[in-house]
Ligand binder design. Structure first.
Ligand code: UT7
Length: 323
């Protein structure tokens, strides 16, 4: 018997303000055509003044609770992936805990930038497998608009804000790939590449800083590392490529998404794509895509899903789950 972390509910929240690519043409030497053709992004949502990561995370969590038919007090733990928490401390997760009215359990943040949700899922599955928690709320939430250098056309046109949440519940499985729930995970990082994508500020340097990225260098690592981590996770789960119903990738760039799918031998009809509407929302992009994919009628119970992400660190990983 294997204790599995099974998806009970999913939800998301996007800030009201939608910014089309054309907005950037007013202030930068860029064009809708360049942004679309190089990244696949057409628009993104930006948080309103005063709208925080924990507020967006709470909205996504409420939607997931409603989808699961659960109350906040049914949750044992919150694992929140973010690199843009409201405050240096406490964690955004504890703020969500309070907002939801949860008076028991525990909550903490995970920071692995764009790979954050994959790291959070892996942690949540481990909490459930070790029976430290039975129901875990896993959230990805970001306000990357707060760390954009609006004069840097190579980065500020790519990112967006938002939040997505999943509720995982412990259930006994048979130990085979036919079980529902998380079947395997694979996590990696290599700090030698930290200069490729980072924020040039932080608490111990007395600043907030702005995101800096050598985009084409990150791109080079992305396709190879994403296909490789997905392959490792699939081997671990004991599943073959032709069994996969959906790839739900981190939504950074349509060319990375297409390149990875091609390298994995999976057709684009089996890939959930939201990058055109959300831009790169870092740790929020995978739960947003899962929630939108379900709402569109793409993702259904029993589907075999491979999700993969790479970001600052570099940190990257993949999760195989049956919905
Ligand atoms: O989620 C975390 C992981 N992050 C990623 O996965 C992002 C990975 N990287 C990318 O998505 C792509 O590398 C970008 C979309 C950032 C850039 O696409 P690229 O095809 O790699 O372009 P590039 O960086 O090699 O730049 C090509 C040209 C440069 O001009 P020169 O030097 O060739 O004259 C840039 O200055 O495009 C120029 N450029 C722009 N032009 C118009 C860069 N940004 C812009 C812009 N508008 N916004």
């Amino acid at each position: 018997m294997t204790r599995r972390a099974v998806v009970k509910g999913v939800g998301h929240y996007l800030p009201e303000r939608i910014v089309p690519n054309s907005e950037f043409e007013k202030t930068l030497d860029t064009s809708d055509e360049w942004i679309r053709s190089r990244s696949g992004i057409e628009r993104r949502h930006f948080a309103a003044e005063g709208e925080t990561t924990s507020a967006m995370a709470t909205n996504a969590a409420r939607a997931a609770l409603q989808d699961a038919g659960l109350e906040a007090d049914d949750i044992d733990a919150i694992v929140l992936a973010t690199s843009t928490a409201d405050l240096t401390f406490p964690s955004a997760a504890t703020m969500v805990q309070a907002e939801l009215g949860m008076t028991k359990g525990f909550a903490f943040d995970v920071q692995a930038v764009c790979a954050g949700f994959v790291f959070a899922l892996s942690n949540a599955a481990a909490l459930i497998a070790s029976q430290q928690a039975n129901r875990v709320l896993v959230i990805g939430a970001e306000t990357f608009s707060r760390i954009m250098d609006w004069s840097d056309r190579g980065t500020c046109v790519l990112f967006g804000d938002g939040a997505g949440a999943l509720i995982l519940e412990g259930q006994d499985g048979t130990g085979t790939a036919q079980d529902r729930g998380i079947l395997s995970t694979d996590l990696n990082s290599d700090g030698r590449y930290r200069d490729l994508l980072y924020v040039d500020g932080g608490v111990s340097t007395h600043s907030t800083g702005y995101l800096r990225m050598q985009g084409n260098q990150v791109f080079r690592h992305a396709v190879e590392k994403l296909a490789s981590t997905a392959e490792t996770a699939m081997q671990r789960a004991g599943v073959e490529t032709d069994e996969v119903d959906w790839i739900v990738p981190h939504q950074a760039n349509i060319r990375i998404i297409q390149g990875t799918a091609k390298k994995m031998g999976v057709p684009m009809e089996k890939v959930v794509v939201t990058v055109q509407d959300h831009g790169n929302t870092s740790a929020a992009s995978i739960p947003l895509a899962l929630s939108v994919g379900k709402a569109r009628g793409q993702i259904k119970q029993g589907d075999l899903i491979v999700t993969e992400a790479i970001g600052g660190g570099l940190a990257w990983g993949a999760v195989v789950l049956r919905w």
